[in-house]
Design a protein around this ligand. Sequence first.
Ligand code: BES
Ligand code: MN
Ligand code: ZN
Length: 480
Amino acid sequence: MKIQTSSKAIKADVFLLTLFEKENLSSEHKKALGSESSKEIADRIKAKDFTGAKGQSLKLYPKKGGFKSVVVIGRGNKKKQMPSAVEKLGGTLSAHTKGKKSALIFTSKDEFEALAQGFMLGAYEFKDYKKEDKKAVKLTNLTFLTEKKANLTKLLAFNQGQKTTRDLVNTPAGDLNTQDLVNRAKEIGKKYKMKVTVFDEKKLEKMGCGGLIGVGKGAEVGPRMVIMEYKHKSKAKQASIAFVGKGIVFDTGGLNLKPTGYMETMKQDMAGAATVLGAIEAIAAAKMPGHFVAVLCCAENAVSDRATRPGDVLKMYNGKTVEVTNTDAEGRLVLADGLAYTEAKLKPKMMINIATLTGAVSVALGYHITGVMGNKQKLIDQILKLSKEANERSWQLPLSPDFISACKGDFTDLKNSVNGVRAGSTMGGAFLSNFVDKVDWAHFDIGGTAWADKPNSTTKYGATGAALRTFIKLAEKHSA
Ligand code: BES
Ligand code: MN
Ligand code: ZN
């Protein structure tokens, strides 16, 4: 698909523009539409045929001019817009380009980024497992009609990143084991000349990564840790951010097996790793100056006679011992090693981890808000602000000392799951905090947001790419 911006209207199969309730066509709208279409739309507004109500659309098929069709889309009441309304509108616009070869979209400069990102998110399709429809018409030319030139490199970089993340999450575990995930990371690393280091189970064992080994040992293909280092126009020895992702290619729950209804979508459990990979790809594709690291903590939580049992004790990279009270609380075990290793050896200025860590986060915040915790309020405040600017939603959950003490083991240093405290998402974060020493650290729990059963204009069914835009914004803030 060719994407461009233009300050003048050009020919297209469909011209898309949007209006709030009670909003009339502007002079710019009219200039692009031509007098006939402008008059028809104005008449239809006058006749209350089109009111600008949210989701409403008005279609014209002008006989003259450069457009085969024109669609006006209603945005609803201007004062009652959701924070991510512009992005969602972009998704709606993409749906209106289905079956068209070319589209022209009217947008203001201010709304361009959110609208275009939303368009890309909405246009995403996962077709790897569908018989190819050779006759399907594809959108090949997309033009944004906007006053000034916009940053298309950034948009295309984001698009590539979101595609990588969502494709990986949507790919079934039968076709994506830990080594496949490693191979994908290597491919991307090679393309952008990053340094990629892979630790396999033998090496992880030697390093003392008991968490990764313990979770991964029931599976045919063992655990892996991948480190990707991106450096561009930066002399900094320390990475400004290390992104660490949970990469459980499938979570059966282990011997504490998940019941029917809870296991079906657990191919999504590597969404954290897929997001850090998508983020570093987007950063590299945008040629962002800076020094960033992505760490993928990969394992399959399988059922086997070799699998870790409830009651088994693991010794983690930082020397702490953990009683596995529940084999289904496996994400925190692989991340514990990833975080401790990253801080000790890679010494980043800031460490951000992301994981489909708990189901409990969706009890607290639902399916559209990511839970964020951490050890420095200043960093969390910055993350919450940037997440808003990125058209995403996140909310802080508490991480007070009482929750951290509650992770203590009876005869080990820690246990991975504790009965009777509830606050499942916070307890996940509290466990992780035992593997972070001094570095500024935040934890994103995307257990409710990484996957959509109920699609909307930008998320579709399946992987959503949640938190990716926030990560890119964060990287921009801390770029060299
Ligand atoms: N991967 C799951 C969490 C999850 C559930 C993510 C649903 C996305 C959708 C995680 O490994 C898990 O099983 N967590 C347990 C923790 C519990 C055993 C302490 C949970 O949330 O129930
Ligand atoms: Mn689990
Ligand atoms: Zn899991």
